[in-house]
Design a protein around this ligand. Structure first.
Ligand code: ADP
Ligand code: MN
Ligand code: MN
Ligand code: MN
Length: 360
């Protein structure tokens, strides 16, 4: 990374402080065929485009799907339908981030639009008041794809000091983590915490509890913000679940889940019934829980083995963990530890609802 590629706030200030003359800048964000966020910018003029920017009034837009793996070249228009709006922490003022679903020209959802199905499930089962809390683990890489703080040749000292680590040599790039936290709070993303993880250069943030479809929305916007913040620092974000083979923890997207019935007194019964249903469809879940997850779910490094479904109280080597305080209270939530860090939150939260409460 040369400095010329990095963001230059000193020069940029001349421009970012210019009066926008009432124009609102909207950054339309969507998810591509490989689970990266993509975005493009448009301006909105309150004099001609209305004054209220919400999902029903924002314009539908489009992009070239053949350049993102989302459509063939001969029929490349993919439509962006706004589905959630956030204050933009990068541009501030009245500017907004507009999260979008991708739709084909014939009115069918794009192949990689996993939100549509998920939203239907959330709506159909809304009476159960589903809450989700996702733990997003990730790794920060330099421009030669080496995890930060790892020696050019060889490996850092073994795992142990890095988890929730404090101090030079233990953690790297804390500025990115802090900036991401602040930006998410500004945007109204329901970020609930962050910590350094077990492998060096690995971090985690948590989003939730979020109700229904807003879980996937907030997590995708949190991923977008993280990638943008890291871009400012000239750093890459990897969501690969097992970046380095060997004695290094992989990265997951632990999915904490509860419904009204589980949170009420005696909710343990509903938790156990739900876990029984999950057990019966284990391999179907694994199929939508992220790419390369077989490299991570080995039964070692705080994971359960990919081909066996297990659960237990306070057990971090199981597929499903019931937190100790939940078992003690007899109600609360459970943690599905199987999803890989690169899983799509719409697919994870959707299949949990479908498995426990039925297809729609
Ligand atoms: P861990 O001990 O596994 O590292 P974390 O503290 O990182 O746990 O994450 C716990 C997550 O569980 C948070 O995202 C939080 O929002 C979520 N959570 C807490 N209570 C509930 C609940 N009743 N239903 C769903 N999610 C919950
Ligand atoms: Mn955690
Ligand atoms: Mn973790
Ligand atoms: Mn966890």
């Amino acid at each position: 990374m040369t400095t010329s590629e990095a963001s230059r706030p000193d020069i940029m200030e001349r421009y970012t402080t210019l009066d926008q003359r009432g124009i609102v800048i909207a950054e339309y964000v969507w998810v591509d065929s490989e689970g990266n966020t993509r975005s493009k910018t448009r301006t909105l003029d309150p004099r001609t485009d209305g004054k209220k920017w919400d999902v029903d009034t924002l314009p539908i837009w489009n992009f070239d799907g053949s350049s993102t793996g989302q459509a063939p070249g001969g029929n490349s228009d993919v439509y962006l339908r706004p589905c959630a709006v956030y204050p933009d922490p990068f541009r501030r003022a009245d500017n907004i981030i507009v999260l979008c679903e991708c739709w084909n020209h014939d009115g069918t959802p794009n192949k990689y639009n996993y939100r549509h199905e998920c939203a239907k499930l959330m709506q159909a089962h809304a009476e159960h008041e589903p809450w989700f809390g996702l733990e997003q683990e990730y790794t920060l890489l330099d421009m030669s794809d080496r995890p930060y703080g790892w020696p050019q040749n060889g490996f850092p000292a073994p795992q142990g000091p890095y988890y929730c680590g404090v101090g030079a040599g233990r953690v790297v790039q804390r500025d990115i983590v802090e900036a991401h936290l602040r930006a998410c709070i500004y945007a109204g993303v329901k970020i609930s915490g962050t910590n350094a993880e077990v492998s060096k250069s690995q971090w985690e943030f948590q989003v939730g509890p979020c109700v229904g479809i807003s879980m996937g929305d907030d997590l995708w916007v949190a991923r977008y913000i993280l990638t943008r913040v890291a871009e400012d620092f000239g750093v890459k974000v990897s969501l690969h679940p097992k970046l380095i083979p060997g004695d290094w923890n992989g990265a997951g997207l632990h999915s904490n889940f509860s419904t009204k019935e589980m949170r009420e007194e005696g909710g343990m019964k509903a938790i156990e019934a739900a876990i029984k249903k999950l057990e019966a469809r284990h391999m179907e879940h694994i199929a939508v829980y992220g790419e390369d997850n077989e490299k991570r779910l080995t039964g070692r490094h705080e994971t359960g083995a990919i081909d066996t479904f297990t659960y237990g109280v306070a057990n971090r080597g199981a597929s499903i963990r019931i937190p100790r305080e939940v078992a003690a209270k007899g109600c609360g939530y459970f943690e599905d530890r199987r999803p890989a860090s690169n899983a799509d939150p719409y697919r994870v939260t959707g299949i949990l609802m479908e498995t426990i409460y039925g297809a729609v």
